[in-house]
Design a binder for this molecule. Structure first.
Ligand code: HEM
Length: 401
């Protein structure tokens, strides 16, 4: 039986469904939107193993016998260009591109950004309070990752405006027409970004875009299309993921008895540990991108055919009781915490230090400044975005107290 991954019942309380599935099997066949038939990898050890094993599993479907990068028959031109990104390429291209962006996303580089990230959170929350707005998803969770990445990249205001319009369409709650409209606008964003790349080529400024444009990758510069794909993947991979981590973390801290007070009593290092546990427990990113079997093979008793798609169900791996004690319990002090919320292997999340810093700054800003923070509506009535792969709230109305 397949898992009801985009149903309200599942999204509201996924642990029961996932534990029942894990008790039965470590792999499950499932049809996923856009991808079609896939094998979900549920077990923690199995999931980590296949994510690490790039010799046998490829992200780029062309390395497993398909004609297009995602193994899809039809792909609009603008999306084809975007497929040359970190998450869709195998080594050596993946390694070459990843080396170019690793440095600014390392822990030490992100530590320098922390005061600015905290300042942005405080500003967004104060604006909500002053305007009498209550929905945290729109007022804080959606805005914060966008403002931070714009700041990091150092874009001109015109480029920001055009990207905003497209990103809003791509991520607007489950509306296929918005997504299509956004895809149509990709061409104009590509043009605006090309102009921006030319501008910083002539007049270098502060920010990662300038660094990328001037970076030498194995003797050659990145092409405009590679730059476009890189910038885009930073937005797409870092935007909704972080938005959902923040909203589900606030929801969980308010919902679980004593959790908000426990968080308030923690010092900064302990809060870092708590954020990782919230990621494990809430699973805003439920699954990985697909990998494709490079050849016919046996994998933990499964007979895989060349080209077969496997997807890591991180949400299940993260409550695998063979690894986690009291796996369904929120334990803000959990240590060690070998969760796979950031993925694993060569494609492990590039932005994990940034996302941690953003989530912690958002929680600190809310829980330290507003001791009376509470739900403004019955939490059982909140609606989840019905999209398999991500777990996030449509809205999160709160009272600041
Ligand atoms: C809570 C927030 C986030 C979560 C849970 C998350 C999770 C993940 C996961 C699970 C993967 C691996 C996917 C796979 O193997 O198929 C990944 C990859 C990636 N993430 Fe994140 N991510 C988050 C935030 C961010 C941010 C803020 C950025 C950057 C601005 C970012 C950039 C990336 C990139 C570029 C990749 C691809 C890395 C590669 O292929 O080498 N992520 N993320």
């Amino acid at each position: 039986m397949s898992l009801p991954l985009n149903s309200q019942a599942y999204l509201h309380a996924p642990h029961g469904f996932l534990t029942a599935a894990l008790d039965e099997r470590l792999f499950a066949d499932q049809r996923l939107p856009f991808l079609g038939r896939c094998t979900l990898v549920l077990g923690h050890a199995e999931c980590l193993e296949f994510l690490k094993d790039s010799e046998r599993f490829a992200v780029d479907a062309r390395n497993a016998g398909y004609n297009s990068p995602f193994g899809l028959k039809f792909l609009p031109e603008s999306l084809k260009v975007l497929s040359n990104n970190l998450l869709s390429l195998d080594d050596p291209d993946h390694l070459r591109l990843r080396r170019l962006v690793d440095q600014p996303f390392r822990r030490v580089s992100i530590d320098e950004l922390k005061p600015r990230i905290r300042h942005t959170c405080d500003r967004l929350v104060s604006e909500m309070v002053e305007a009498g707005e209550t929905d945290l998803v729109e007022g804080l969770c959606r805005q914060l990752p966008l403002l931070v990445i714009y700041d990091l990249l150092g874009f001109s205001p015109e480029v920001r405006e055009r990207l905003d319009a497209v990103l809003h369409g791509l991520t607007a709650t489950g509306n296929i027409f918005n997504v299509l409209r956004a895809v149509m606008k990709l061409g104009s964003v590509r043009k605006a970004l090309s102009e921006e790349f030319e501008r910083v080529r002539k007049e270098p400024g502060p920010g990662l875009v300038t660094d990328l444009v001037h970076a030498e990758a194995d003797g050659g510069r990145m092409s405009n299309d590679e730059l476009f794909a890189m910038v885009f993947v930073l937005f797409v991979a870092g935007h909704e993921t972080t938005k959902h981590l923040i909203s589900t973390a606030v929801y969980t801290l308010l919902r679980e008895s004593g959790a908000a007070d426990q968080y308030r009593a923690m010092d900064s290092d302990a809060r870092g540990v708590a954020v990782d546990e919230l990621l494990r427990y809430c699973a805003p990113v439920q699954m990985t991108k697909p990998r494709h079997a490079r050849q016919d093979m046996e994998f933990h008793g499964l007979s895989l055919k060349r080209g077969q798609r496997l997807v890591g169900l991180l949400a299940a791996a993260n409550i695998d009781k063979r690894v986690f004690e009291d796996a369904q319990k929120l334990d803000l002090k959990r240590r060690p915490n070998r969760h796979l919320g950031w993925g694993g292997g060569p494609h492990i999340c590039l932005g994990l230090h940034l996302a941690r810093a953003e989530a912690q700054a958002a929680l600190d800003s809310l829980f330290d400044r507003y001791p009376g923070l509470s739900f403004a509506t019955d939490p059982a009535s909140l609606k989840w975005i019905p999209r398999a792969g991500l777990r996030g709230l449509k809205q999160l109305p709160v009272r600041f107290g």
